[in-house]
Design a protein around this ligand. Structure first.
Ligand code: MTE
Length: 362
């Protein structure tokens, strides 16, 4: 996803060392050395050059309420002391959206078909360029304030509106969905999102028949997001778009939580798009604005590198731009002896064709 600086993940993966070998290089130095075939040195150097910055799961749970306990449908865990959801939620900051995410029921219609990604891997290995171009945003989100939060819906609709998180909690029906996620960098994950269908939100605004596209925009706060100042030539704010049919599709989800807990800042708190049949860059984070338009909107990646990142961006194993997309490796599976992440062949529409293929027949 790089633009000015050519980085290892800009190279076709077949020409280089396995991608899992160099991702998050500081934290995974040992695996890197192992995959490079110098396992002995790896063991010896781990102590010297150090993996001291390896975070705990709690370090990665960068929610504004601290670290709420897990009591959702994700694993059916109940509080051993039988406290209510309200009692368990961090006192002090209980907005209704905090309360709303916890009792969300898992929608069993959606299954990963593979193992769930360890929570720690999904919270640590994130793409959020407003903070960093490395997978280390969790270390840079301290100043980011996802409360209070307002999302504006405007453009071609009869009821333009502004909603805060309490409004959203009252008006939306929350559920949990187990979705696969596929990044164009060829890593993939299986995570449980808590949230609601984007269609629910858009319907509130009553789109006009002339609305053909939905543009979404991330908050633009250089004082809280150090990656913005570091890349002044990038077309901030981050923006993405869908056709109105894609936006209203059943799969299209707005996440407020992950693994049954509030969405950490680095994963796109407090509102983040999830479109599991598209490459991950479509899943715009920390959304503040949703605009209904007649014209196809400009998007962040399409503006930066149009020949590489198209507007539609559906997962497609036939594609070789910018590198072969026919297989994917799973986050959190490269801890074994001699490294080597678990790989799967990539499926068209990331395996969600039954829901979305109909959108693309001309
Ligand atoms: N949204 C914003 N605002 N900024 C970003 O840099 N990165 C995208 C997407 N949404 C990005 C973003 C990319 S490239 C991916 S793969 C997903 O977020 C990653 O989501 P995750 O970090 O929760 O895995």
């Amino acid at each position: 996803m790089q633009y000015f600086v050519r980085r290892p993940w800009d190279l076709p993966h077949r020409e280089i060392t396995e991608e899992s070998a160099y991702h998050s290089r500081k934290q995974h130095r040992r695996e890197f050395l192992q995959v490079m075939g110098i396992a002995g040195i790896a063991g010896a150097t781990t102590g010297l050059i150090g993996c001291g910055s390896e975070p705990t799961l709690e370090d990665l749970q960068t929610t504004p309420t601290g670290r709420p306990p897990k009591i959702s449908a994700s694993d059916g865990t109940a509080d051993p002391n039988n406290r209510t959801t309200q009692e368990l939620v961090d006192p002090g900051l209980p907005t209704e959206v905090e309360l709303a995410v916890y009792p969300a029921e898992r929608n069993d219609e959606f299954q990963y078909g593979r193992d769930e990604t360890p929570e720690k891997a999904a919270l640590q290995y994130t793409n959020f360029y407003e903070f960093s171009q490395e997978k280390s945003s969790w270390q840079l989100v301290r100043d980011f304030k996802p409360r209070p939060w307002t999302v504006e819906i405007d453009g071609l609709c009869d009821k333009p509106m502004q909603l805060d998180l309490d409004d959203i909690a009252k008006k939306m029906t929350f559920e949990e969905r187990a979705y696969r996620h596929r990044c164009v960098e060829t890593w993939a994950m299986c995570v449980p999102w808590t949230g609601f269908e984007l269609a629910q939100l858009i319907q509130l605004a009553e789109p006009k028949p002339s609305a053909k596209y939905v543009r979404m925009e991330t908050v633009n706060r250089p004082d809280e997001m150090p990656g913005i100042n570091a890349t002044p030539d990038y077309p901030w704010p981050y923006a993405e778009g869908l056709t109105i049919e894609e936006a209203m599709n059943k799969l299209t989800f707005i996440a407020t939580g992950i693994y049954g807990k509030l969405l950490p800042k680095q994963n796109g708190s407090p509102l983040r798009l999830v479109t599991p049949w598209k490459y991950g860059f479509k899943c715009i984070k920390s959304i503040v604005k949703i605009t209904l338009t007649a014209e196809q909107p400009k998007t962040f990646w399409n503006t930066l590198i149009p020949e590489r990142y198209g507007f539609t961006a559906n997962v497609d194993p036939q594609e070789t731009i910018p590198w072969p997309q026919n297989s994917e490796w799973m986050l959190g599976t490269n801890e074994g002896f001699f490294g080597g992440a678990k790989r799967y062949p990539t499926e068209k529409y990331n395996g969600y064709g039954e829901y979305v293929a109909k959108l693309y027949v001309s």
